[in-house]
Write a protein that binds this ligand. Structure first.
Ligand SMILES: Cc1ncc(COP(=O)(O)O)c(C=O)c1O
Length: 339
């Protein structure tokens, strides 16, 4: 039983992943969503509280806030990085705000210094949703240690993927780590004694074993993604596409290579017809999702996110993509724009 849930492989992976991030503590979980939920529980966030976040991400970031009973308060994004716009942050803060939860979307770090400065001014904890950004760096530091705590996903499609579900909570705070360890295991540190309402958020032993092996390759894979991004930038230069670029001081983990075009839907069809994999991340911003209709948002509330949802298209991105394959994508894209 010992090895099936948590166990020695998971414990070793936790040590190794903490070291990879340059953090003191890592607690392995069964998903990134669980790690986000735990992060908010640690801050005693609940009904009546507000958490500031981005409307442009995978919905799990918002789920974690809703699971606690708190209200997600959205702040629009920057058009270049797709990340929460620090210039709009302060206006969204109210006496009910209890935390700020931005996302390093597509693997590109959010503007940490600007967001952290506003958090500090208002004494608000900063939680990093680093679920797409394993190994991204901001001013030379690996993301995951830039706020009070951070959350990672090891969903199979992520830059570091398990062979099932997985996630991690990372922090430098020993008290947070100790309580997160208990919360993921039914609120218990002594078997069959439960100090508070907890969860079964344990990582399976097999996932820890696989992730431990794959982690050794992560830097090499991240470097390969960077090479692919560079090749795309070279071969798509001069096309009408708006290409992703790294902001000063940032190294993206290039989880996705997401371009923008006002002819996105036509381009998507053309790539589909030519056998080029592609996807829209994300077609509907969170404030317009049915699941959060009770928040009362309407189209036009977050125009930058809404425009992004109409224009974005992710091109194939994985470490093994060859230069010839990147060239092929570029040839098809250029053919589309010649039509
Ligand atoms: C930005 C972001 N946050 C949270 C999550 C949730 O992670 P998981 O699927 O492991 O629960 C994901 C990935 O799915 C994600 O991309």
């Amino acid at each position: 039983m010992e090895r099936l849930g948590l166990g020695p492989d998971v414990a070793q992976f936790e040590k190794d992943f903490a070291a990879f991030c340059g953090a003191q503590h890592c607690l392995a979980m069964n998903s990134g969503t669980s790690a986000l939920h735990i992060a908010l529980r640690l801050l005693e966030i609940g009904p009546g509280d507000e958490v500031i976040t981005t409307p442009y991400t995978f919905i799990a970031t918002t789920w974690a806030i809703l699971y606690t009973g708190a209200k997600p308060v959205y702040v629009d994004i920057e058009p270049d990085t797709f990340n929460l716009d620090p210039k709009l942050l302060e206006k969204a803060i109210t006496p009910k705000t209890k935390a700020v939860l931005p996302v390093h979307l597509y693997g590109h770090p959010f503007d940490v210094d600007a967001i952290a400065a506003t958090c500090k001014k208002h004494q608000l904890p900063l939680i990093e949703d680093a679920c797409q950004a394993h190994g991204a760096t901001y001013k030379g530091k690996t993301v995951g240690t830039l706020g009070a705590m951070s959350c990672f996903s090891f969903y199979p499609a992520k830059n570091l993927g398990a062979i099932g579900e997985g996630g991690a909570f990372v922090t430098n705070d020993a008290a947070f780590a100790a309580r997160a360890k208990s919360l993921r295991e039914h609120g218990s540190t002594v078997r069959y004694h439960h100090d508070e309402v907890g969860y079964n958020y344990r990582m399976e032993g097999i996932q820890g074993a696989v992730l431990g092996v794959k982690l050794k390759q992560l830097q090499k894979w991240t470097d390969a993604r960077r090479r692919v991004a560079k090749r795309y930038a070279e071969s798509l230069a001069g096309t009408p596409l708006r290409l992703p670029r790294e902001a000063a001081g940032c190294e993206s983990a290039w989880h996705l290579y997401t371009v923008r075009s006002d002819r996105r839907d036509e381009l998507k069809k053309f790539l589909d017809a030519n056998g080029i994999g592609n996807a829209v991340h994300y077609p509907l911003p969170l404030h317009l999702q049915k699941a959060v209709a009770s928040l009362g948002h309407k189209a036009g509330d977050f125009p930058v996110a809404e425009q992004a949802s109409r224009e974005v298209l992710s091109l194939p991105m994985f470490p093994e993509l060859t230069d010839a394959q990147v060239q092929r994508v570029a040839v098809v894209v250029k053919e589309f724009f010649r039509k």
